[in-house]
Structure formats: structure tokens, C-alpha cells
Design a binder for this molecule. Structure first.
Ligand SMILES: Cc1ncc(COP(=O)(O)O)c(C=O)c1O
Length: 458
């Protein structure tokens, strides 16, 4: 028998679905929190204690939302707090938390106008991510040789400039700041944007100013392998509002940040497609605390470095790394260049025998993504499709683009093979640091000629 048609609710009938009876559970809750605690490395006994204390899932209410735009997270997200602290610390107007240093660089290059047919000058020593981000943005990296600071040699930048150059991207190499006065002078003369790669030097200073805010855009990696960071994270800073718009356009899903997401462009070129490079709140929670610790970490490294250096004499066969700014230098590595690779090998073996954590490479070293010639994803000039190589892009070729990487930066290749590195540790006591310095000097004194006129330790 056919059921009589019930009156629709819209016409005054009863609601067919009067409400739910299922009780919602938080999407993520105590189990996920404990999983984080496990990843933090707490011992099993502590984890059991935590598990016992946190067994009541109701305490969480709706549960957390670890995305930065979670409206239910009062009063501000960890990403907001991280950015606010970054602005204050680095003395910049704008800061954006992103999910890696590579994302930071990509957004920065896009913002600076890097695209097909353009070039960016990158240092021959640094990390492949800088040059790769240029390629991902559609541009072509041109490597500039370094000097004994291991940073980009400002005297060689002009020779790398072509009509296609839009930016120069100095890396603050392992805590030793690049010669920013030299870089800025040539960049301003040629109207190039300066993108500082601060991944290896957060907290380093040049002429009293934190790196990152000296050029047009500063990019940081805040990762487990850097001096601050927990897992994967990054940061972009700038003082230029228009550049910041463009950085967010790239990193914030093509316009999520805009006051009216669907509004028409407020100025020519405002809208273009972007990615989601946002930092997770989980990571931001860690990175906020890490950033608060930055100055203490830097000061501990500086103190150790100073004490080690104080023990060292100068030697005819040894050129210490040039320290561009002795007060701003982070000093988490002691580096020097013996006259030959053979001497580097001898010194390294003797240093290690003394218990000093020293390292050298030699002429035929393993490929290393910190040296331009080994950055194969770039220097082999490939593309992600057969036609997708930026090096073969008709827009590049039409502008006369042609880049030769082999042998382009002989100083970097030479210094990188001769260099001896001693890793320093912020937790060395004064006694440890003095003893380490004396151990290094003992070895140098045994193999080299003391010379008060030789290049001084920075
Ligand atoms: C100089 C430099 N730039 C960029 C990066 C890339 O950072 P991330 O690993 O966070 O993407 C690194 C990481 O090693 C680096 O050393």
C-alpha cells in the first residue's frame, strides 16, 4: 500500500531529520598528542605517566586544530606568535612562516620577479636549495665565485650580471655573514633584488643588524639540521609591502591571505597562482620557542669560538677563513685553508688523533650539494618534462641566455677541497674550549711554521 505523502517541513510538516544522536569525537586528540610526545623522545616511563594522566579525551573538548587559520584557536596561533617574534627580533616589517627554507626561497624568488628568461646570481658555495628554488621559479642560476670568507665575492658579481639578471642571492655561509656592503653596492647599482639566504646563519649579524633584513627579502630554514628548528620549517622576512604581498600570493595558496579573497586585483599583477607553503601549528609551536632561544644559542657558540681562537697562533701555511664581521659571526665551525690538500689531510688525521672533530675533503671528494658543480639537479640542466628545462626555454634563448657551469668557479672548488673544518659545540665549557684550541694549535705547531705576519684568525 502506498504510504501517504507526509507534509514537507518547508510547508509546516515535521522535520524528517530532527537531529543527530551520534556523539562526535575530536578528530585528533590524546592519542595523537601522545604520539607527538613519543616522537619527542620521552623515555617509556614518562610516556606511561603521560598516558595515565591524559587518558580522559573529554578534557580536550572539540580537540585541537593544527592549521594556522583555525578560527577556534584563541587568542592567536603559534604561527602568528612566531611571525610577531621574528618581526621584532630581526627588525623587519613583515614576516611569513612557511614549511621549509626551500619554500621560503621559492616564494622569495617568485616575489622578486624571477621567471622564464631571467637569471639569479647564486654563490658557488651554499646549498643546492637556493639554485633549485631559482629553477623551480622558472629562472636560471648563474654561480658567482667565492672568496676566503666562503661567501659570494662581491668583486665578482658584476661579471655575472647580464640583461637577464633580476636578483642576487648571497648565502650567509655556515654562520659567516656575506660581505653585505659589497653585495648591496653592486646590487643597487644594477637595480637587482637581494635575496639573503639565511638558512645557515639565523642570528648572525652584519654591522650590528641581523641578517635577513639587510637585503630586500630574507629567507630562513628553521629545520632540525639548522641551529634553530625542530623538524621542517621556514621563514620569509621583508620590509617591502608589495614584495610581501607577492610572497604571500605564492605561499598562501594564491590569495588566501587577501582581505577579500575573491575581490578583483587591487593592482596590476596582484593575482597569480600559488602553492600552500603554510607552516603547521605543530611545528610553529616548537619553532616559536626555538626562536626565543636563538640569541642564547648564538652567544654560546660565539663564546666557544672566541676561546678556541684565542689559543691559536698564526702559521705561514695556514689561511684562516676570512670572518666578515667578527662580532656578528656565529662561529659554529672553525675553518681554515692549509696550503695544499696533502697538508690538509695530514693535519686532519693528526687533529682527529688528538680527539678534535676535524674534517677535510681533498681534490677528489664525494659529490656534495653545498658545492655548485655537484648540484646535479641544476647543473645537468634537466627539466621535469623533456621540454620543461628552463635552460632550453625559448624565452630564455630569445634573450640570449646561455650558461656554462663547468669550471665556472675555480676558487670555490679549490677552497672546498683544501678546507679543514672543526665543528664547535655550544655546550663546550670554558675549559673544554680552551683545551680544544690548544689541541688544534698543538697540531698546527707540529706541521706548520709559526709566522706572526701570517693571516690572523678572525
Ligand atoms: C643555505 C641553505 N639554503 C636553503 C636550505 C633549504 O632549507 P630546507 O631544508 O628547510 O628546505 C638549506 C638547508 O640545508 C641551506 O643550507
Amino acid at each position: 500500500m502506498k504510504k501517504p505523502q507526509e507534509e514537507l517541513a518547508i510547508d509546516g510538516g515535521p522535520k524528517a531529520f530532527a537531529g543527530r544522536t551520534g556523539v562526535p569525537q575530536p578528530k585528533i586528540g590524546v592519542a595523537e598528542f601522545l604520539s607527538v610526545a613519543e616522537r619527542f623522545g620521552f623515555k617509556p616511563a614518562v610516556l606511561s605517566r603521560l598516558r595515565r594522566t591524559l587518558s580522559d579525551a573529554d578534557l580536550l573538548g572539540q580537540g585541537p586544530n593544527l592549521a594556522r587559520y583555525a578560527t577556534a584557536f584563541p587568542p592567536a596561533t603559534k604561527s602568528d606568535a612566531f611571525e610577531a617574534l621574528a618581526r621584532k627580533k630581526f627588525g623587519v616589517k613583515y614576516a611569513l612562516a612557511v614549511n621549509s627554507g626551500t619554500s621560503a626561497l621559492h616564494a622569495a624568488f617568485v616575489a622578486a620577479g624571477v621567471g622564464p628568461g631571467t637569471e639569479v646570481i647564486c654563490p658557488a658555495l651554499g646549498f643546492a636549495a637556493t639554485a633549485m628554488a631559482v629553477v623551480v621559479a622558472g629562472g636560471v642560476p648563474v654561480f658567482c665565485d667565492v672568496d676566503e670568507s666562503l661567501g659570494i665575492d662581491p668583486a665578482k658579481i658584476a661579471a655575472c650580471i647580464t640583461p637577464r639578471t633580476v636578483a642576487v642571492a648571497p648565502t650567509h655561509h655556515w654562520g659567516n655573514v656575506a660581505d653585505m656592503a659589497g653585495v648591496m653596492k653592486v646590487a643597487r647599482r644594477h637595480k637587482l633584488k637581494v635575496i639573503e639566504d639565511c638558512a645557515q646563519g639565523p642570528g648572525a649579524k652584519y654591522a650590528g643588524a641581523y641578517v635577513g633584513g639587510i637585503g630586500d627579502i630574507g629567507c630562513f630554514s628553521i629545520s632540525a639540521y639548522k641551529i634553530i628548528g625542530g623538524g621542517e620549517g621556514g621563514l620569509v622576512v621583508t620590509n617591502n609591502e608589495r614584495l610581501f604581498d607577492r610572497i604571500r600570493q605564492m605561499a598562501e595558496a594564491g590569495g588566501l591571505w587577501r582581505p577579500d579573497r575573491f575581490g578583483p586585483p587591487r593592482y596590476k599583477g596582484e593575482l597569480f597562482a600559488g602553492c600552500n607553503y603554510r607552516l603547521s601549528e605543530l611545528e610553529a609551536a616548537v619553532d616559536l620557542i626555538q626562536l626565543r632561544k636563538l640569541d642564547q644559542i648564538c652567544n654560546r657558540f660565539r663564546k666557544v669560538s672566541r676561546r678556541v681562537r684565542r689559543q691559536l697562533h698564526t702559521y705561514a701555511e695556514i689561511n684562516p677563513q676570512t670572518v666578515v664581521d667578527t662580532r656578528g659571526y656565529l662561529g659554529y665551525m672553525l675553518r681554515f685553508f692549509p696550503a695544499t690538500c696533502a697538508l690538509s689531510a695530514k693535519l686532519t688525521a693528526a687533529l682527529r688523533a688528538e680527539g678534535v672533530p676535524a674534517h677535510t675533503r681533498g681534490r677528489k671528494h664525494r659529490p656534495d650539494w653545498h658545492l655548485y658543480r655537484d648540484m646535479f639537479p641544476v647543473v645537468l640542466k634537466g627539466g621535469h618534462t623533456p621540454e620543461g628545462s628552463v635552460f632550453k626555454d625559448p624565452r630564455y634563448l630569445k634573450r640570449g641566455g646561455k650558461v656554462e657551469y663547468r669550471g665556472a668557479c675555480p676558487v670555490a672548488e679549490d677552497l672546498y677541497s683544501r678546507e679543514v673544518t672543526v665543528w664547535l659545540d655550544q655546550w663546550l665549557s670554558d675549559t673544554d674550549a680552551d683545551a680544544l684550541g690548544l689541541a688544534i694549535d698543538k697540531v698546527l705547531g707540529a706541521y706548520c711554521t709559526r709566522d706572526p705576519n701570517a693571516k690572523p684568525w678572525g
